[in-house]
Design a binder for this molecule. Structure first.
Ligand SMILES: C[S@@+](CC[C@H](N)C(=O)[O-])C[C@H]1O[C@@H](n2cnc3c(N)ncnc32)[C@H](O)[C@@H]1O
Length: 351
């Protein structure tokens, strides 16, 4: 029986515990940098400080430290500086993939286990689910127009670990992931390698997306990104420019109608939201929304639809999903990006 210290008590640690190899491993304790959590219990085990973990004796008190955090590299460095031997430190997702090792080749197991942190929870190979904190949402690709993508070129903006890239490729599209995170900093690279997928990846900011450099596409997915942007309309303009005439845009993200359910500032303000339901209104976030500092704009559904329409698209569907917490728009490109402002022609010579 392998005795583990699991470093982290967040969503990733919870996921690890839901796919834990109980037959072969046991948790001695959880480790957390947050002093408020130290001394409490997580999944019935004590939560201890990094210093208390370092005071334990490797081999006698525990066999391995499994890091369950997006900050794997920093925590590994911290553990090393506390004197924990490097060979005792591993990424926690390794544990989940060990559970389904019988479904993987040795090469696939090594590829998947080497990813220190997964954002997405999705079936990466038949029967093998990644231990991510955000579940794959099948309905995002549920529209009948994207059921069969043979011969289509698709761009998946904000791809992260690439679950939607993978699904669009399974449906026959030639897909390119696009993200400000390099493919090697997420599970994207491992995802395409274990699936022998010929998917491209562009590491760039959507503000710089352009047809000259990045090509043109028949379909763009833009899931979970616009509310992380200070300038969502610039992103939609750029998406228009890389879409072929008649091309499809699928957008999903946070929406104001559900704000009282997820954000303390909006709790109890349902009446305010109801009064502006038909007026396109975007809430500009200063500080945090949904306890997240990188959220900037939360439009109501009318506003999201207008943003899309004002960017040269005809909405085919616009709906509230997840009890109004999220919005979903399917739209078709019908024109080039409308002008933002005219530039006057030069004055006539000789005047
Ligand atoms: C909340 S995740 C959404 C992931 C996935 N599309 C989904 O819906 O589950 C946001 C993704 O957008 C990426 N992103 C954020 N800002 C971006 C930008 N300016 N340009 C390109 N990608 C961006 C992030 O790196 C991250 O992968």
């Amino acid at each position: 029986m392998q005795r583990l210290l699991i470093w982290g008590t967040g969503g990733q640690a919870g996921m690890i515990m839901s796919q834990f190899p109980h037959a072969t491993h046991d948790v001695v304790a959880f480790v957390d940098n947050n002093s408020a959590r130290q001394g409490s219990q997580f999944h019935g085990k004590p939560v201890i400080s990094p210093e208390a973990a370092a005071a334990l004796s490797p081999g006698a008190d525990f066999d391995q430290i499994a890091i369950a955090s997006a900050f794997f590299a920093e925590i590994r460095q911290q553990a090393l500086s506390l004197g924990i031997p490097a060979e005792r430190i591993a990424p926690a997702p390794t544990l989940c993939f060990a559970c389904c090792a019988h479904l993987l080749t040795a090469g696939q197991l090594a590829e998947l286990s080497a990813v220190p942190w997964w954002h997405h929870r999705f079936e990466i190979l038949p029967g093998v689910v990644t231990p991510g904190v955000v579940a794959y949402k099948p309905w995002l690709l549920g529209h009948s127009l994207v059921a069969d993508l043979k011969g289509q070129r698709a761009l998946d903006i904000g791809a992260w670990d690439g679950p939607y890239t993978l699904e669009m490729a399974r449906r026959g599209a030639s897909v390119t992931g696009f993200d400000i995170q390099p493919a090697t900093h997420s599970g994207f690279d491992a995802m395409r390698r274990v699936n022998n997928l010929d998917a491209g990846h562009i590491c760039a900011n959507v503000y710089n997306l352009n047809p000259e450099e990045h090509g043109t596409f028949d379909l763009v997915t833009f899931f979970g990104v616009y509310y992380h942007l200070k300038d969502p309309l610039l992103a939609l303009s750029n998406i228009n420019r890389v879409l072929n005439p008649g091309g499809l845009l699928l957008v999903e993200g946070a929406i104001l109608e559900g704000a009282p359910q997820v954000d303390a500032y909006w709790a109890g303000r349902e009446d305010v939201i109801e009064r502006v339901r038909d007026i396109p209104m975007g809430y500009f976030v200063r500080g945090e929304y949904e306890r997240e500092w990188s959220n900037w704009w939360v439009p109501n559904l009318a506003c999201l639809r207008h943003w899309v329409e004002s960017s040269g698209f005809k909405p085919l569907e616009a709906s509230l999903v997840e009890l109004g917490r999220r919005g979903y728009v399917v739209a078709q490109k019908i024109s080039e990006v409308p002008l933002e402002h005219i530039v006057l022609p030069p004055a006539l010579a000789g005047r």
